[in-house]
Design a protein around this ligand. Structure first.
Ligand SMILES: Nc1ncnc2c1ncn2[C@@H]1O[C@H](COP(=O)(O)OP(=O)(O)OP(=O)(O)O)[C@@H](O)[C@H]1O
Length: 270
């Protein structure tokens, strides 16, 4: 029951009524794990400097799909992807693209905060050093700027050399977002970034994402429909590997076009 998406997507606007151009275009994407067809014929736009939420019941393919956007599924030997994910005139799924460069431009944050077991500042600086940056002044400035960007600077500025694993879960997750920002990405993918966090830490991350969308394109997998409704400009509802419905969040939640979307958002299953 794949829906036909309107490809004239430039007409979409975000919740402020502003047009946001399409940054990534997903075309006819199919993903398999061996013989398991996990994601089926997905077509959707991802709009620049907007938040796109991926929702749907467990096992519907949300994580599989988001991981494909920066080729994390390459790490799973039985995973196979077909189709096109167009980004800056390239197909992300082209085996010849530079995956290291891709992951600098399209960063990822996971469900469990996963800081390196190093100091807070090294968490920001290691990816930069790995990318060849040696200038100590720039490393220091970037550390401060990224920590300020995620609202963590005032909380940690006096203990930058302490282990990141000593931070709270919410602080660790903001550090992981800061680490992704250090590489100056244009897109940030987040796979259930708040599901391991308490409500206060969750709302800090939501506020942070709303700030970050001014400068970054954000795609978030969430089980929490209220979260999608609170922060996402666009929402995609997946069910059994198919993209059932995509649209402006306010439309999808108030006037879903498909019965299964209506059933899911009203809590009748999932
Ligand atoms: N690493 C993997 N190896 C093999 N099969 C996988 C792998 N990851 C996911 N799958 C399968 O792909 C399908 C989609 O799973 P996926 O984790 O993408 O769904 P999801 O919507 O993110 O679920 P959840 O909300 O529970 O995280 C399922 O059938 C799952 O078993």
């Amino acid at each position: 029951m794949m829906i036909q998406l309107d490809t004239n997507i430039a007409n979409f606007t975000n919740d402020k009524g502003e047009e946001t151009p399409v940054q990534i275009e997903v075309k006819d994407v199919n993903i398999f794990y061996g013989s398991n067809h996990a994601v089926k014929d997905v077509n959707m736009p991802i709009h620049e400097k907007s938040i796109t939420a991926l929702i749907g019941p467990s096992g519907c393919g949300k994580s599989t799909f988001i991981r494909t956007i920066n080729r994390m599924n390459d790490l799973i030997p039985i995973a196979r992807c077909e189709g096109n994910i167009l980004y800056r005139d390239n197909n992300i799924l082209n085996p010849k693209i530079d995956v290291v460069q891709l992951r600098k431009e399209i960063g990822m944050v996971f469900q469990q905060p996963n800081p390196f077991p190093k100091s807070i500042s090294e968490n920001i600086q290691l990816p930069l050093k790995f990318a060849g940056m040696r200038n100590k002044k720039i490393l220091k400035e970037t550390t401060e700027n990224c920590l300020k960007e995620v609202g963590l600077w005032d909380e940690v500025k006096d203990r930058l050399d302490h282990s990141a694993t000593g931070l709270s879960g919410g602080q660790q997750q903001r550090l992981c977002i800061a680490r992704a920002l250090a590489l100056k990405p244009s897109v940030i993918l987040l796979d259930e970034p708040t599901s391991a966090l308490d409500p206060v830490s969750t709302s800090k991350i939501e506020e942070l994402l709303l700030r970050l969308k001014k400068d970054y394109t954000i795609v978030i997998v969430t089980h929490n429909m209220q979260q999608a409704a609170r922060i996402a400009d666009y929402t995609a509802f997946f069910y059994q590997g198919e993209l059932v419905e995509f649209g402006l969040t306010r439309n999808l939640f108030t006037h879903p076009e498909k019965k299964s979307t209506a059933d899911y958002i009203s809590g009748r299953f999932g």
